[in-house]
Design a protein around this ligand. Sequence first.
Ligand code: BG6
Length: 474
Amino acid sequence: MRDNFLWGGAVAAHQVEGAWNQDGKGVSIADVMTAGSKDHAREITNGVLEGKFYPNHEAIRFYENYQADVKLFAEMGFKCLRTSIAWTRIFPNGDENEPNEAGLLFYDKLFDELLKHGIEPVITLSHFEMPYHLVKTYGGWRNRQLIDFFTRFAETVMERYKDKVTYWMTFNEINNQRILENPIYSFTNSGILYEDGEDKLKTMYQAAHYQFTASAITVAKGKKINPNFQIGCMLAATPNYPLTSDPEDILAAQREDDKQLFFTDVQVRGNYPRWAIKEWESLGYKLDITETDLADLKVGTVDYIGISYYLSNTISTRPEAVRLEDDLLGDSSLVENPYVNMTEWGWSVDPAGLRYYLNMLSNRYECPIFIVENGFGYADQLIGTHVHDVERIEFLSQHIKEMKKAIDLDGVEVIGYTVWGCIDPISFTTGEMRKRYGFIYVDRDNQGNGSLRRIKKDSFDWYKKVIETNGTEL
Ligand code: BG6
């Protein structure tokens, strides 16, 4: 493990900050999503409606508590904190010409506080929180104008924080939009709700192209602002295993990997994979992709790949395979893997999959990788003033061991590792509080009740030791 390895934690603005309409902040897409659960999807409402409960509006009030929270991160010895800049604090509607100074000031204060404690801010520019106005007025990323709005935002914050932030990422889990069957993914990635009868796949490719272009332009502009910037993409990394050695299973799993890596192929290599171009031809898609866009993609390739890693998928075409209830891919090919356990939320637990995927990315792209999310969503119990989260310690320790094998035995270049939801955030997919991830417990329930008091879990001291020993003591 290198000495300057970036151990730390990760959150996103909308999942912790709260203060949804303070200091000039505009309404974001996260502000129109109600609370849900594993069995009840979050509702995406038409604006902020009276009588509905929107958990992100208050979240855990990091906006007010950031100093005390950063102090706790420092106590654990964090070298970095990954968070996002809420686009709507800077450009409340997204299409203004001038930024909101109060929003910019908040991140000045936050970054100064982090740096004071020797914690490096690692910043995502778009983490499921684009301005809602851009959805209502422009149709989200269906619209080419979004490229200008996004790059104006990116340039503004990169210029402002050029001496405070080195590591940036453009779009969080950009490949989520590939999941066409559940509206939460197209909405949070791209501000798109598909219409009845719409060719979702075609719209998805178009939106992704505009995002790729915006990302590439941002990389090029960022490098001009500060040549030391490290600007990455961000992929939800989910291995797809074939269930059997039936060649059809192998091919189906390979195709699923390709669909996921389509995003990194463009952002790391700077051009579209051949299979995608063939697919567009065979489906008769004429996408709005200009020569200038293609030139931008070539210039604006990323410096590193940021990944989130939570679980693996298993794919099969065979009739006897047990289908998963949650048919996220929409083609019934996702099946149970008899070799891995599942969490209460139906996410498989597969530490070795992390090593597998790191190797796959490293061999394919030969570029540095930053694990910017890995974590264990669990219904922790507060007993008196203690949370004995042994399951989380076990989960993280197993994953870190696999990461170390990838680094030490396989030679994969990993820049850092940030544990998702280092302080309990609002869950993204379900909007719950009950699905906790943190080293720090936050007293708040699914209905928004609670004192918001922070309590260290057992994993707090455990992770402190991990960082202190540079991953030796797990
Ligand atoms: C990733 C996101 O999808 O996974 C985070 O980048 C999210 O925003 C995390 O919170 C865990 O998902 P969830 O639904 O358990 O919060």
